[in-house]
Write a new protein. Sequence first.
Length: 160
Amino acid sequence: MSKIVRAAADFLYPFVMIFGFYIVLHGHLTPGGGFQGGAVIATGIALMFAAHRYREISLIFKKAIFNVCETFGLLMFITFGFAGIFFGKSFLYNWMVNIPGMLFGEAVAYGQNAGNLNTGGIIPLLNIAVGVEVLGALSLIIYYMLTYVVKMGVNKEDAS
């Protein structure tokens, strides 16, 4: 890619990542959530893969990191789900809500919500878990597709 494309991608990358994290963290208050935010974050990684050479970008984004993200997100989701059973309730029971002083423990006020992030119980944590899992899975798909293209020699310029 040209220097202009690389410079534009390097400029846009942090904004795309911040927007993706914003979508994940505000998923219990606004439209969006873990899947949508994870897809936006993976799009930022795809932007970097598209703008830079394969060898350059594969040194920064490793396949093992994406595997860890996918596994960690899934384990977080399962752990929060079984925590409800640990407290004697059902799977995915919202056990963190209405506990004073607990992170995300405040109850959502009736009527118009002012956007308090400290509400929702385990729902924001589930959004984070899904976001991390989707980030890892979609990034792995992009990584494997690009690896296949480079190995097949479709674009000899990227292989150098």
